[in-house]
Design a protein. Structure first.
Length: 271
């Protein structure tokens, strides 16, 4: 399922806190000035660039620390839909700190559940068309990052209320969404609970992220840089956490489940 958003559709979903943080701006008057400048720039970009998303909802179940996903396919012989295993997504578990030691697979039922897989990105021109002006390039890149995140926010709202529909009656303001008062979580690849960027190779096999213009580097980083990928989990008890330090025993087990040499993962995870 593909989506294309106009920039003006996403402006209300921009989390300006992270924009100001990127500029290291703390003065309130300066924040207002920079926001006005950013909004003017976004208006200028409106008719030239768009933002894109791809999403698919799967049946899922957990197997230890893995999330196994299935796609329903019609049997040509009996005409009945059957679940076909699509992929297994290995997850990492917290090893330090205070219990419980969490893993994203904990929020998926071992019997029957669902999970969303998504990616968002911007038109590549937002990252390549401003090379002749250092300030404009930085300004546009930071806005592109915010637009990719805003698209993920907007998509997640559509998923909760319409596509998946597990929170059809949700009535949250956008400020409430930006502080994550909705049900479920949206862990993104490369973030603390899903730190392995190379999982993008697996998600690309599932979603074909090229259809919205995303290409992967040798380490699994996404191009355009202003791109987000990850999972959507509906469990009301799901919450974000940080994996923290990855021990050698967990690295070896994770490498086995990923089917990737431990030394390669060590490099990708910067261990």
């Amino acid at each position: 399922m593909k989506f294309t958003y106009r920039i003006s559709q996403l402006v209300p979903y921009i989390n300006w806190v992270y924009y100001f943080y990127a500029w290291q701006v703390k003065d309130e008057a300066e924040k207002l000035r920079m926001q006005r400048e950013a909004l003017a720039k976004l208006e200028e970009l409106e008719d030239k660039y768009q933002v894109h998303a791809v999403f698919e909802l799967f049946d899922a179940r957990s197997e230890d620390d893995d999330i196994v996903i299935f796609r329903s396919q019609m049997c040509p012989d009996c005409g009945v839909k059957h679940p076909v295993r699509v992929a297994s997504i290995p997850c990492l578990r917290q090893q330090q700190g205070n219990p419980p030691y969490l893993c994203l697979a904990d929020f998926i039922s071992p019997k029957a559940s669902k999970i969303g897989i998504f990616a968002t990105t911007v038109d590549i021109g937002l990252e390549t068309d401003f090379d002749d002006d250092v300030y404009q390039k930085m300004l546009t890149q930071l806005l592109a990052d915010r637009l990719a995140e805003a698209a993920a926010e907007r998509l997640h709202e559509q998923v909760r209320k319409e596509i998946w529909g597990y929170a059809k009656d949700e009535d949250l303001s956008i400020p409430d969404m930006l502080i994550e008062r909705f049900q479920g979580i949206r862990p993104a690849v490369g973030y603390p609970s899903l730190p392995d960027t190379s999982l993008n190779f697996l998600l690309d096999d599932i979603l074909d992220m090229k259809q919205i213009g995303i290409r992967l580097t040798e380490s699994g980083a996404m191009k355009p840089h202003a791109s987000i990928s990850g999972m959507m989990i509906s469990n009301p008890k799901a919450r974000y956490f940080s994996i923290g330090k990855i021990g050698e025993d967990q690295l070896q087990d994770y490498a086995r489940r990923r089917g990737v040499p431990a030394e390669v993962l060590r490099k990708w995870l910067s261990l």
